[in-house]
Design a protein around this ligand. Structure first.
Ligand code: PLP
Length: 455
């Protein structure tokens, strides 16, 4: 099929996620044909640096030889058998590996296939955990503490613990209530400094826990960086303080590392930065190095034990997806983790992170750059039309920048007026510089045209 036919058939048959198809159908969609390393290639022969890691998942580059080989090797044995009532080799080996590399407290792995599912599972486990222990004493522990602007996926349970008004309001009658606290993100807040903000928000949390801990099963949090809503970076020490409060008031700490896990913030897991031991950890996105859909919910022994009984009775965790623990998916995840170790990817990320951050901070005095924030290889540049008032830059201008970057060979995305840099994790120093250079040029040329017409 040529490019023209593909575009027509894409518009005829495919409904794209999170996309206003009425607008999409008037654009000239890019159709990716192949990838190599940090680059994507479209059907017209253009190549693009993958500055969003194909939606925050790609770790070792596209068409990675070792990952391809791992899949081929597994294909020659078996593609899929079920984990219901039997087991399989890659799912066992991967579980052992995950337990080895995640915080010590986590000892059990429950597989699923999307980040959203891993969060659904975490919510149901936390809820049932308290009921399994003592359903009378904990009869009211039915709610979750969450952060404003949190994102945990698009299924209804995950939406319920999320905090994005624009995505969620249409479904408000379908979702359950949570208790939401302010997000500790300085630029979005009216606090004077991080310290004042952190103390105030921790106090809000503690006040809620003092009066309502008996209603709360757990605290669901994206550790360090709230991703999908605009890359809101938490102050150092916030996560540790939240952990302390969870322990003090006996609620479960549920860390959603779907986005930040696997090196994204410069440590293998975001929890590692503050030596935090969650009761439940959700993993997804980069767990397979960006190859195939896999997710996992890891729990402590204490939680797991609460589900044990002699017979198939009410304590059983009645949840499972058809492809749970699929062999191909688990084998590529296992190989990806080996590659993290062999390639010393975490120290590479720490190095490239410095360069990415330095390059982006060169733009800090630009009149339309309101804020630059991030950790590891997860940075956002918030564009404003008025720095003093933090007025978001018109979305048309933001989209123009994204589109100009594509023309110049860089694929990045925006979250509203925040331009995000979430590149392939093993992107080279040279490619990181190329990425920021393209962006810098585009930013300056696009916005100089409109400097005086901004309101
Ligand atoms: C992407 C994401 C999810 C949802 O994962 P899907 O695979 O898209 O269902 C959940 N939590 C966080 C923090 C995410 O970034």
């Amino acid at each position: 099929m040529n490019n023209y036919d593909l575009v027509n058939k894409d518009l005829a048959y495919v409904w794209h996620p999170f996309t206003q198809m009425g607008v999409y159908s008037k654009t000239d969609p890019i159709i990716i044909e192949k990838g190599k390393g940090s680059y994507l290639y479209d059907t017209k022969g253009n190549r693009y640096l993958d500055g969003y890691a194909s939606l925050w998942v790609n770790a070792h580059g596209h068409r990675n030889k070792q990952l391809n080989k791992a899949i081929q090797k597994q294909l020659n044995k078996i593609s899929h058998s079920t984990l219901l009532g039997s087991s399989n080799i890659p799912s066992i080996e991967l579980a052992e590996k995950l337990i080895d590399i995640t915080p010590q407290k986590l000892t059990k792995v429950f597989y699923s296939d999307t980040g959203s599912a891993s969060v659904e599972i975490a919510i149901k486990m936390a809820y049932q955990y308290w009921k399994n222990i003592d359903k009378h004493k904990y009869s009211k522990k039915n709610k979750f503490l969450t952060l404003h602007n949190g994102y945990h996926g698009d299924t209804l349970g995950a939406v319920s613990v999320g905090g994005i008004d624009s995505f969620h309001k249409i479904f408000k009658d379908l979702i359950f209530e949570n208790i939401q606290v302010e997000s500790p993100s300085l630029y979005q807040s009216n606090y004077k400094n991080e310290d004042e903000m952190m103390q105030a928000i921790l106090k809000q949390i503690e006040t809620i826990l003092i009066s309502r801990a008996d209603e709360i099963a757990g605290f669901v949090i994206e550790p360090l960086i709230q991703g999908a809503t605009g890359l809101f970076v938490h102050p150092q020490g916030f996560l540790k303080a939240v952990e302390r409060l969870c322990r003090q008031y006996d609620i479960l700490l549920i860390c959603d590392e779907v986005a930040v896990g696997f090196g994204r913030t410069g440590e293998m897991f975001a929890c590692n930065h503050e030596d935090v031991q969650p009761d439940i950890m959700c993993l997804g996105k980069a767990i397979t190095g960006g190859y195939l859909p896999l997710a996992a919910t890891l729990t402590s022994q204490r939680i797991y034990n609460a589900f044990l009984s002699d017979r198939h009775e009410e304590k059983t965790f009645f949840h499972g997806h058809t492809y749970t623990g699929n062999q191909i998916v688990c084998s590529v995840a296992l190989e990806s983790i080996k590659l993290f170790e062999q390639q010393k990817l975490i120290s590479h990320i720490q190095k490239t992170s410095k360069i990415l951050s330095e390059k982006l901070f060169e733009l800090k005095d630009h009149k339309h750059v309101g804020d630059i924030r991030g950790r590891g290889l997860m940075f956002g540049v918030e564009l404003v039309s008025d720095k003093a008032y933090k007025t978001p830059l018109d979305i048309e201008r933001v989209e123009e920048i994204i589109s100009q970057c594509k023309t110049k060979g860089l694929m990045i995305r925006n979250l509203e007026n925040v331009i995000t840099f979430v590149p392939v994790l093993n992107m080279s120093v040279k490619e990181i510089k190329k990425m920021t250079n393209i962006f810098k040029k585009v930013l300056i040329s696009t916005l100089s045209k409109t400097n005086d017409t901004q309101h």
